[in-house]
Design a binder for this molecule. Structure first.
Ligand code: NDP
Length: 255
């Protein structure tokens, strides 16, 4: 087997939450490109279906869109059931769905805090719980959470304590889940991106310049720059990697 062969996921099934756009879309494309069946699970059904059709057309992969709100436990359970009905298994779960609210603590309502934690952290738990049942009943699998460098450092100048807390929570979640489910052949890892240009982040030039001044490389990442790491962590190439967090941030957290 060649090195590149070890990255292939032929015939395996991957669920990507928030796979319709941004980083999740690039990860969904990446999984499809290396041979996986891909399930796009996000809130907005129309853009999910459009993405799933485009991914299939571009790569020849089998795809499925399932309208899913990761804050709704019934939705998540139904999404996993639909995946098994279509493809017979769930081999890989990428917990990518995430939101950010930019507001100072003084202005942030408790419900805003709760929403961020519900999507970013509890949403990952819901998906892992139901997808994990299928993995445990079968031959294991992988769970990859799209955390953030924000799990480890403060971001400046934006205000987002709920986001930081949710991403830091994903670190403990990953470590403990990797330990508890190792016996089922399930590897659990986190990806911790720095600034990636998507709808999620601030785009004004002054803020971008502040961020750029903290980085070792001069440009921001595109979603496509995160996808190869997600493919790697799911693949047999990473069979010895579990319970880890991989920072991919252009050197932002080095300084
Ligand atoms: P985008 O804002 O571009 O996309 C967010 C995605 O999350 C959409 O697909 C959206 O689906 C989905 N989503 C949001 N809420 C829910 C929900 N309740 N249920 C299901 N799906 C939901 O974000 P990015 O691509 O930038 O970010 C993706 C992940 O990467 C997030 O977890 C984010 O925190 C993380 N990240 C991003 C960084 C960046 O610089 N961009 C840096 C570090 C981490 P829909 O369109 O249906 O609403």
């Amino acid at each position: 087997m060649t090195v590149l062969d070890r990255f292939r996921l032929d015939g395996e099934t991957a669920v990507v939450t928030g796979g319709n756009r941004g980083i999740g879309r690039a990860i969904a494309d990446g999984f499809a490109e290396v041979g996986a069946n891909v399930v796009v699970a996000n809130r907005d059904g129309e853009s999910g279906r459009t993405a799933a059709e485009a991914i299939a057309a571009e790569t020849g992969a089998e795809t499925l869109a399932v309208e899913t709100d990761v804050t709704d436990t019934d939705d998540v359970a139904a999404m996993v059931e639909a995946t098994v009905d279509e493809f017979g298994d769930v081999d890989h779960l990428v917990n990518n769905a995430g939101i950010v609210h930019h507001s100072a603590v003084e202005d942030k309502s408790v419900s805003e805090w709760a929403e961020t934690v519900d999507v970013n952290l509890t949403g990952a738990y819901r998906c892992a719980k139901y997808a994990g049942e299928v993995m445990k009943a079968g031959d294991g699998g992988t769970i990859t959470n799209v955390s953030s460098m924000s799990a480890f450092v403060a971001n400046y100048p934006q205000h987002q304590v709920d986001y930081q807390a949710s991403k830091a929570g994903l670190e403990g979640f990953k470590t403990q889940l990797a330990s508890e489910w190792a016996e089922h052949g399930i590897r659990v890892n986190n990806i911790n991106p720095g600034y990636v240009i998507t709808d999620n982040i601030v785009h004004d030039e002054e803020t971008l310049e502040t961020w750029r001044s903290e980085m070792l490389v001069e440009e921001f990442a595109a979603p496509e720059d995160i996808a190869p790491l997600a493919v790697y962590l799911a693949s047999e190439a990473a069979w010895y990697v579990t319970g880890e967090s991989v920072v991919i941030d252009g050197g932002y957290t080095v300084r």
